[in-house]
Design a protein. Structure first.
Length: 351
């Protein structure tokens, strides 16, 4: 093998890795915008799914009136925003966030599919990665379908989307993010002629606990459970207590514990805030194991979970300020990415 061939064989995986990391950044942005879309109650503002033509927003007054008229037919407008006196100007604001969220989804699809075709045609994809990249493409398509499935749950019988469908939508996006980061890191290892990493038991355990926490965060958002603790800066009755008590009152046990665990806003909020500390304990162990050979990954994990905990507390104290809550969702996605990075480092060392 010539020196030019070796150089080309190492450059191609690095180019693919950089491409996947750029797509991962876009996914993080989309997760953040999705959080703002939920917090501004914008998710039901567009009542149709138009994968291609929907990329162009209304351009004339007649088009805006038609979109607003369609929105006025759903329960959210009839029961909440209509009685509150929503105007066309108000509607345009919530329309923007949902439109921007969907536009990001289309952008991510193009940013993944078009380079994938280009790399494939040029035979630049290393052996063993073709199926994985196609799987990532299918995950992205599934994400769009799940997003519309989620929106549909709020168009006919409820003023909001199903919190279960919202959790599915968010967890699928985060799964895609994790897969993008892991595959990019594998490609970087391939460029160095190293083997692919494997998942170690401690990393699997840490990621499993983090997924539970992220899932409960999604349920909390869908149930609007962030508001049940109370609010007020440095108000101990809102955090670490909930309404002045360690264990909140008002939990509805009438339909059984299994129902309360995923449907009661008080219990969902309680679990989310205290499961976080179990996750922190496991992540401390994971990060300490990485200190010797992978100090940057260790620092990233410590920084991410520390920032995330503080943002969670400040979000509660603020009465769920939109921008603090949006940052909380952003750092949650970044925390997952750093833990995947740490898991990959550990997996390479174990190998």
């Amino acid at each position: 093998m010539t020196e030019a061939t070796v150089s080309r064989d190492s450059t191609r995986p690095l180019a693919l890795a950089r491409w996947l990391l750029i797509v991962a950044v876009l996914v993080v942005l989309m997760v953040t915008v999705g959080g703002i879309t939920r917090l501004t109650e914008s998710g039901l503002s567009i009542t149709e799914w138009k994968p291609v033509s929907g990329a162009i927003p209304p351009l004339t007054e007649a088009q805006w009136q038609a979109e607003f008229a369609a929105y006025q037919q759903i329960p959210q407008y009839k029961e909440v925003n209509g009685p509150a006196g929503m105007t066309l100007a108000d509607y345009k604001l919530i329309f923007f966030w949902e439109w921007f969220h969907r536009l990001l989804g289309r952008t991510i699809g193009a940013a993944f599919a078009l380079p994938l075709v280009w790399f494939w045609v040029r035979k630049a994809i290393p052996a063993g990665y073709h199926a994985r990249l196609v799987g990532l493409l299918l995950l992205g398509g599934l994400q769009g379908a799940v997003g519309w499935w989620m929106v549909k749950s709020g168009l006919t019988h409820d003023v909001k989307v199903s919190h279960f469908r919202l959790a599915t939508h968010l967890l699928l996006a985060l799964t895609t993010l994790a897969a993008l980061v892991w595959t990019a890191l594998d490609l970087r290892a391939t460029a160095r002629s190293e083997g692919k990493a494997r998942m170690t038991p401690i990393a699997s355990f840490a990621l499993g606990m983090l997924v539970v926490q992220l899932g409960y965060g999604a349920l909390l958002a869908g149930l609007r459970a962030g508001y049940v603790a109370g609010s007020g800066w440095f108000n101990w009755d809102a955090w670490p207590l909930m309404q002045g008590k360690l264990f909140p009152q008002g939990i509805d046990w009438s339909r059984g514990a299994s129902h309360a665990l995923v449907d009661d806003p008080y219990l969902v909020h309680f679990i989310h805030r205290w499961w976080a500390w179990a996750v922190v304990a496991v992540l401390v162990v994971l990060a300490r194991k990485l200190r010797a050979g992978h100090r940057r990954a260790s620092i990233a994990i410590h920084s991410a979970f520390g920032t995330q905990v503080l943002l969670g507390v400040f979000t509660v104290w603020s009465g769920v300020n939109i921008w603090l809550a949006g940052l909380h969702q952003l750092v949650g996605a970044l925390l997952l990415a750093t833990v995947v990075w740490g898991a990959h480092c550990m997996g390479r060392a174990a190998r």
